[in-house]
Design a protein around this ligand. Structure first.
Ligand code: ZN
Ligand code: ZN
Length: 285
C-alpha cells in the first residue's frame, strides 16, 4: 500500500491516508455483507445461519471498535515499511519489464500460500494457554462472529497478523500489484470466514479438490469451540496437522442440508402455486 502513496508524503499524513483506505475497504466488504445478511435478508436467510441465533449489539460494537484499532496499527506498520523502503531495505520490483511473467504469477500465488501458512502457525502460537488470555482472547470474545469481526484483534495481534508483509518485503521481490490482489483476497475471505452463514455448495467438503479450501462453517466453529480449525484461506494445515474439529464435516453437511431442504420446499410451493394458477385459468376458459 505504501507504493500507492507519494514518496514525499510525511509519516502522519501517510498514516491517515492508510487508515482511511483500510476503513473504506472494511466498510465496503464487511458493511456490504452485513447489510445483506444481517439486515435486508435477516429473516429470509435465517435457515442459512450456522448458529441459529444472532449476536447482540454489544458484541458487534466490540468487533467494530477493535477493527478500527487494528487499522491504526496497520497504518503504523505501513509507515515503518516506507521508512525501510526509503533506506533501501525492501527488495525492489518496481518495473513490470524487469522480471518475466512467470515470476510475477508465481510470486502473486506464493504470497497467498505464504500468508496462509504464516497465519496458521502464528494463530496456533496465540492459542498457547500461557499467551491466549493476553492477546487472542479479544478476537474470541465473538463466539458467533459477524463480518465486522474480520479485523477485531488486540493491537499485539494486529502487529503479528501484518508481520508476514515485512518478512516478504525484506526477503523476496514482489510487485506491489500482487500485494494489492492479496489485499482484496484477504478482506474477501476474512469477511466470508466471519459471515456466520454457510454459502458454499453442499458437495464442497466431499470434493477432493475443494475440501482443501476453507468454509464459513469451519471458522465459525473455531469461534464457538476455540481449540480447533485454525486455518485462514485453506484447510491444508488443519488437515495435515489433524486440527479440524472432528464434527466439522458433519456440521457442514447439516447446515447445507438445512438450506437444501428449504430450497426444495420453496420449489414445491412454487410448483403448487403454478398448478393452482393453471387450474384457475383453465376453469375460467
Ligand atoms: Zn483463534
Ligand atoms: Zn476469527
Amino acid at each position: 500500500m505504501s507504493y500507492l502513496i507519494p514518496q514525499e508524503m510525511g509519516p502522519l499524513l501517510r498514516w491517515i491516508v492508510v487508515f482511511g483506505l483500510l476503513t473504506a475497504r472494511y466498510l465496503l466488504f464487511a458493511g456490504g455483507f452485513f447489510l445483506v445478511f444481517y439486515v435486508i435478508k435477516r429473516k429470509d436467510w435465517f435457515y442459512m445461519k450456522i448458529q441459529q441465533k444472532f449476536p447482540d449489539k454489544k458484541r458487534i460494537l466490540h468487533e467494530v471498535k477493535y477493527s478500527f484499532l487494528t487499522f491504526a496499527v496497520f497504518g503504523l506498520m505501513v509507515v515503518l515499511i516506507n521508512y525501510l523502503r526509503t533506506h533501501g531495505w525492501v527488495q525492489k520490483y518496481g518495473d513490470w519489464s524487469s522480471r518475466p511473467l512467470w515470476y510475477y504469477i508465481f510470486t502473486s500465488v506464493f504470497i497467498i500460500f505464504f500468508h496462509d501458512t504464516y497465519f496458521y502457525w502464528v494463530h496456533r502460537l496465540m492459542h498457547h494457554p500461557k499467551i491466549y488470555k493476553y492477546v487472542h482472547r479479544v478476537h474470541h470474545m465473538s463466539t458467533d462472529p459477524t463480518p465486522w469481526a474480520a479485523f477485531s484483534f488486540h493491537p499485539i495481534e494486529a502487529v503479528l497478523e501484518i508481520g508476514f508483509v515485512p518478512i516478504l518485503l525484506l526477503t523476496i521481490p514482489v510487485h506491489f500489484s500482487s500485494f494489492l490482489i492479496l489485499s482484496i483476497w484477504m478482506i474477501f475471505f476474512n469477511v466470508i470466514g466471519h459471515l456466520g452463514y454457510e454459502i458454499m455448495p453442499s458437495w464442497f467438503v466431499r470434493n477432493n479438490f475443494f475440501k482443501w479450501s476453507n468454509t464459513p462453517t469451519n471458522h465459525n466453529m473455531h469461534h464457538r469451540y476455540v481449540n480447533c480449525n485454525y486455518g485462514l484461506y485453506f484447510n491444508i494445515w488443519d488437515r495435515l496437522m489433524g486440527t479440524n474439529h472432528p464434527k466439522y464435516e458433519e456440521l457442514f453437511e447439516e447446515v447445507t442440508g438445512r438450506r437444501e431442504k428449504v430450497h426444495q420446499q420453496q420449489e414445491a410451493a412454487h410448483q403448487q402455486e403454478r398448478l393452482l394458477e393453471d387450474g384457475a385459468h383453465s376453469s375460467l376458459n
